[in-house]
Write a protein of this length. Structure first.
Length: 280
């Protein structure tokens, strides 16, 4: 019964994912590939492949993964290094993080994620009694995410939302976003960040948001920010240039008038740390 429930949950998540891929890519797919279902069909193919692999690996005794967890982690880490070597790793989207396997390309970082899950699972199984103490488990836990909302995106207001990577960067990309927005004059958008912190005693959530507008073209200068491609098309309110075009002084000025979540967290943490030192 439990297996059926797990399978049902997996299928529901996959269907939701396919729906999101279609809603965010059908306009660009029709324009670029002359097929509104192009990205949906491609994602569906990978979904079927993933389900086949899920079935195959589910038949392998998980104790085997546990036995070789350290080796799996080391090999996956070596792949992360190997992909950085020119001639072995290929460049996509300005990043050398792919292996070309002919029919498809593979990111070793995806393998590393699975390897890390296996390793951490093995670690927890050997430190179960210690992990019962929540304070030991979370020392501390910090989670951060960013959302980007284009107010008047055609047929999908506030696109891409919280799922920037899956809804935008991995599908239509910045180029597709600008193409779909080329006839929209009201280009208001919102960049929102959230950071949550927990150390067993303190639970804090920090939020920041920056209003702005979407540029008509992506900034491609040498100062282009590598942190996120969105900075090349996001013009903060009160400015006439994208974040990527800004000088260091201008970025510092922006941070002072509208601190990001990292600044808010850092200021709070310094105060909390000072209190602890005073008590000691």
């Amino acid at each position: 019964m439990k297996k059926k429930k797990i399978i049902l949950i997996v299928l529901i998540i996959l269907v939701i994912g396919l729906t999101m891929v279609y809603s965010s890519s059908h306009i660009w797919a029709q324009y670029k590939e002359n097929d509104a279902l192009y990205y949906l069909k491609r994602q569906g193919l990978f979904m079927i492949l993933g389900l086949i692999l899920l079935f195959i690996f589910s038949k392998i005794d998980y104790h085997l993964y546990q036995k070789y967890s350290h080796l799996i982690l080391i090999v996956s880490f070596l792949l992360l290094i190997l992909v950085l070597i020119p001639g072995i790793g290929i460049v996509r989207g300005g990043s050398r993080s792919w292996f070309n396997l002919g029919l498809f390309a593979l990111q070793p970082s995806e393998i590393y994620k699975i390897a890390l899950i296996i390793y951490v699972s093995d670690y927890i199984s050997h430190h179960y009694h210690q992990m019962k103490k929540l304070r030991y488990c979370l020392k501390p836990l910090i989670v951060m995410d960013t959302g980007f909302y284009v107010k008047n995106y055609p047929n999908n207001p506030d696109f891409p939302g919280a799922f920037i990577k899956t809804n935008l960067l991995d599908t239509i990309g910045i180029k597709g976003l600008l193409e779909n927005m080329k006839n929209v004059t009201d280009r208001k958008c919102l960049l929102k960040e959230c950071l949550a912190y927990y150390d067993g005693d303190n639970f804090k959530v920090f939020e920041s948001s920056q209003e702005g507008t979407l540029a008509y073209s992506e900034y491609q200068g040498t100062n282009s920010d590598k942190y996120t491609k969105l900075f090349g098309v996001f013009i903060p309110e009160g400015y006439s240039k994208t974040v990527s075009e800004m000088s260091s002084d201008e970025k510092d000025e922006l941070a002072k008038t509208n601190p990001n979540v990292l600044s808010l967290f850092a200021n709070w943490y310094k105060k909390e740390r000072s209190k602890c030192l005073v008590k000691k």
